[in-house]
Design a protein around this ligand. Structure first.
Ligand SMILES: Cc1cc2nc3c(=O)[nH]c(=O)nc-3n(C[C@H](O)[C@H](O)[C@H](O)COP(=O)(O)OP(=O)(O)OC[C@H]3O[C@@H](n4cnc5c(N)ncnc54)[C@H](O)[C@@H]3O)c2cc1C
Length: 310
């Protein structure tokens, strides 16, 4: 069973996001992370795509490698920004022909360090990519959800309405990371009122690096509640304490989400297994095994300076 919609229908999903490495050192870190993530038996992996195609081949190669060699089905991210429809179609046909069954259809964001605007693409919104993917193959197609609204949305109601339109065609959604559980619950309730009950998998990102999280939260429009910001700021000059408090906060959020009935958790791993493993352990997720070597991956699995997820 490798369609993620089937996996979700069978029970809760615990999944991990990875990005394709762009250097030999990053490849080595990814190998360490994968070795440490497999004992968690993730329900699926999702592999990011650089908007405009900056990781086109690297995303493809990692997806195919995981499809062939890993115990969890991979989901290929694909973004429509700056691509022609013909390009997107050919990427989807290639995945279909190689047996990939899961695609996350996105509009895309330019890389954090982009200095120039990307050219216009043929498709404007992710919904058009969902429709294209469904026309190319029998893909299970996921979409992005933004619990606090996408920064480009004029208001939260309009944001929820466009999400509902996407989800009527797609199979499930994964959210941007967030820190206010109420935002997620409100989103699910709003969708339900619009007659949409497809699963919405909440995205969790343990804060392990203050600077990266602030920048990503700013770009994605995610609020960091003052109580959480204060806990992190109190230890901001001690990286190990930031990590410990970040894992503590993510565990509290995960615990509450599961208690509220979320269909699982999607971990933004930043290509490092450590924080995900610790949250897993704190939540008592029963499939956790082999935690005794966590300390050995602490130095090898971390994100390097300047590395970003897209
Ligand atoms: C789980 C997850 C994974 C991600 N992975 C990646 C990745 O691999 N690579 C990457 O570059 N980015 C990634 N992103 C970021 C994402 O691409 C950005 O947040 C992007 O800015 C919006 O993408 P979207 O698919 O939600 O866009 P859309 O659904 O197209 O929405 C974008 C904006 O347009 C609005 N809108 C939608 N339809 C209409 C319409 N018909 N009329 C008017 N307005 C409309 C929406 O309300 C929203 O404000 C990811 C995000 C998430 C949550």
């Amino acid at each position: 069973m490798t369609r993620i919609s089937d996996v979700l229908a069978a029970g809760r999903c615990f999944s991990v996001e990875l990005w394709p490495p762009r250097s030999t050192a990053a490849e080595e870190r990814l190998e360490v992370a994968l070795k440490d993530l497999w004992p968690l038996a993730p329900s699926f992996t999702s592999i990011t795509y650089g908007a405009g195609g900056s990781t086109r081949e690297r995303t493809h190669d990692l997806v195919i490698r995981l499809l062939r060699d890993s115990p969890a089905p991979p989901m290929a991210h694909l973004t429509c920004m700056a691509h022609t429809e013909a390009d997107l179609r050919s990427i989807l046909v290639r995945y279909r022909d190689e047996g990939v069954e899961n695609v996350l259809a996105l509009r895309g964001d330019p890389p954090l360090n982009a200095t120039e605007d990307l050219p216009e693409g043929d498709l404007e919104y992710a919904l058009e990519l969902v429709e294209l993917a469904k026309s190319v193959g029998n893909f299970c197609v996921a979409v992005a959800a933004h619990p606090e609204g996408h920064p480009r949305s004029p208001d939260i109601g309009t944001d929820r309405m466009h999400l509902a339109e996407k989800l009527r065609v797609a199979d499930f959604a994964i959210t941007q990371f967030f820190f206010r559980v109420e935002s997620y619950l409100d989103l699910v309730e709003a969708l339900r009122k619009m007659g949409v009950d497809k699963p919405v998998l909440p995205g969790i990102m343990p804060i392990t690096n203050v600077r990266t999280v602030s920048r990503m939260a700013e770009l994605s429009g995610t609020q960091v509640p003052s109580k959480i910001a204060e806990r992190i700021e109190a230890v901001a000059d001690r990286p190990q304490e930031v990590h410990r408090i970040g894992v503590e906060i993510a565990s509290e959020i995960g615990n509450r989400l599961l208690a509220e009935g979320a269909p699982g958790l999607h971990f933004y791993t930043m290509n490092s297994a450590l924080a995900t493993r610790e949250v897993y352990s704190n939540l008592g997720l029963d499939r956790l095994r082999g935690t005794d070597d966590i300390s050995t991956s602490r130095s090898a699995g971390g994100m390097s300076e300047g590395e970003t997820c897209k």
